[in-house]
Design a protein around this ligand. Structure first.
Ligand code: AMP
Length: 213
């Protein structure tokens, strides 16, 4: 079962993906998390991705597709894709990679929220570099300020969540990623839009109903 979480930065893909993984036994595959890990480890991939990420631009398709191909090959069963695909080229490549594995995209969940809400969420977002958990100082704070509930790691404000970069990331989403909605709507049974301006638990309950049905 391959589920794509699609939506703009800050809409809650990471938070909801992690909860689905915990609750329904999916593997949560976030290309942003994989790239941040590669950066921390200083690998060639991480060094290549760094400049693009700091500017809020997309890392080139061939780099990302190679990384996802490798990751998917090592997984099986139920996978939540978060932050991938982000261009029509990536979506086409994903269809090919999955076809080689005898699989296909099963669901596309489109998470939707207004830009004002996204800006507020991104400014308050804090994430754990150790385990990938995501919090928000306004809406979903950790029990102890600055410390991850799950693993005790020290929370950070991602450098690309600062205002100048956020504006660019939203623009990149509108121009390069939003066309994916039309791409997947050509298979209308795949796509479900979910209103994502609601509390985390409410959205999660809807996603669980959707994926169970
Ligand atoms: P995210 O954590 O999903 O917001 O991703 C953070 C940054 O990583 C993005 O702004 C891009 O620079 C890069 N990135 C993550 N996923 C992709 C992707 N599928 N294609 C291109 N760049 C990506």
């Amino acid at each position: 079962m391959i589920v794509i979480l699609l939506g703009p930065p800050g809409v809650g893909k990471g938070t909801q993906g992690a909860l689905l993984a915990e609750g329904l036994g999916y593997t949560h595959l976030s290309t942003g998390d994989l790239l941040r890990q590669a950066r921390r480890e200083g690998t060639p991939l991480g060094r290549e991705a760094q400049g693009y990420m700091d500017r809020g631009e997309l890392v080139p398709d061939e780099v990302i597709v190679g990384m996802v191909r490798e990751a998917l090959g090592a997984l099986g069963g139920k996978v939540i894709l978060d932050g991938f695909p982000r261009t029509v080229g990536q979506a086409e490549a994903l269809d090919e990679v999955l076809a080689e594995m005898g699989a296909a995209v099963d669901r596309v969940v489109l998470l939707e929220a207004d830009d004002q809400v996204l800006l507020q969420r991104l400014s308050g977002r804090r994430s754990c570099p150790d385990c990938g958990a995501v919090y928000n100082v306004h809406f979903n704070p950790p029990r102890e300020a600055g410390r991850c509930d799950r693993c005790g790691g020290t929370l950070v404000h991602r450098s690309d969540d600062h205002p100048e970069t956020v504006a660019n990331r939203l623009e990149v989403y509108r121009t390069q990623t939003e066309p994916l909605v039309a791409y997947y709507r050509r298979r209308p049974e795949l796509v479900t839009a979910v209103a994502a301006e609601r509390p985390v638990a409410e959205i999660q309950a809807e996603l669980r109903r959707l994926l169970a049905g």
